[in-house]
Design a protein around this ligand. Sequence first.
Ligand SMILES: [Zn+2]
Length: 425
Amino acid sequence: MTLETIFTMNMSSIKFGAGATREVGYEMKQLGAQRVMVAADPALVYEEPVSITLASLRGAGLDAVLFDRVRIEPTDVSFKDAIQFATEGNFDGYVAVGGGSTVDTAKAANLYATYPADLLTYVNAPIGQGQPVPGRLKPLIAIPTTAGTGSETTGVAIFDFLEKRVKIGISHTYLRPVLGIVDPNNTRTLPRMVAACTGWDVLCHAIESLTAIPFDERPALEHPSLRTAYQGANPISDVWAARAIELVSQNMECVLDDPMDDKARAQMSLAATLAGIGFGNAGVHLPHAMSYPVAGLVRQYVPEGYPSDHPMVPHGMAVILNAPAVFRFTAPAAPQRHLYAARLMGADISDARLEDAAELLVGAIVALMRRTGMPNGLGAVGYGPDDVDELVAGALPQQRLNKLSPRPVDADIFKQLFLDAMVCW
Ligand SMILES: [Zn+2]
């Protein structure tokens, strides 16, 4: 087998800093748009991030139309609603103000309004047809309000496919927003649990990109058009991931203890963006692959601080509950990288042996999980051993992520990983 020798580095432009939201009108005008769809988190419709965005766009002479029916944890149904709004609205620019759900909804609206097709056309195989996006989309500016997903820097949109009860995604570099406006003022009003879950998502993005199989241990591609955004760990993504791990580890508790700690909140926003750039090019692996059925099959769990109209396991929580089991499994394949991640989280690795990598990294993660009020494993959000087969069936199709695991996985291994994830400590 010939191994890959090439990797690429793509990213959105970023405008970072307190008050940057006020410049969205100027930026959108520079991009040439006149009629703009503003997709917003419904909880923020009367809050400053949205009102400042609308005022800035209108102040720049643009026609700004609000779409406030974004669903938190979007579905094929909620995506279609946004796509219809976009198609009928005839927009030539898009702005998303909210968390990952909002940014992803705007990406889908932009894609299908620009290149109309059945929803499954561009959805990743095997559930979708996995067709490449035909060409460039209308400009999308993302204004994240959660310091979590890094969706402002990636070409990925995730949704629940209700019929099959599975989370699935569309991924293509053309989905990437042209600009992410990261304004720490926009994360002031985050409920504590939302801040914790998004912080964990960031940390996992970074640790997973750092521990993903390296790009040069994967098979060489036969044609450059086959090179996807998720390429495996590489020397450039490592830099972004490493700094993100340090920033989250140093600032997550400060933000939870005092949401008005502007400095710590800005560091968390920065970390989300750094991690987004890292994983947008390296990719994430098993904790994320396993998170999709954990979120998709939820029956009753309703976390505090989230909308109470439907049960949900928030994305970051669904990811981190799997992480201890996964890193115990993957550490032997790349002990140095797992040790490095532990050190970046603040663990003392001076006397560590390679075989200590799993326990050092998992120990650091579990200690922080306990301090930030995470549930103790999948059992604590309503899953039991009887659910494992269905969870495995939801993780296996996440081939794009599973291929990035530093250790190969199959159904039996997933089964053991889910069983191990029932309790974290
Ligand atoms: Zn994530």
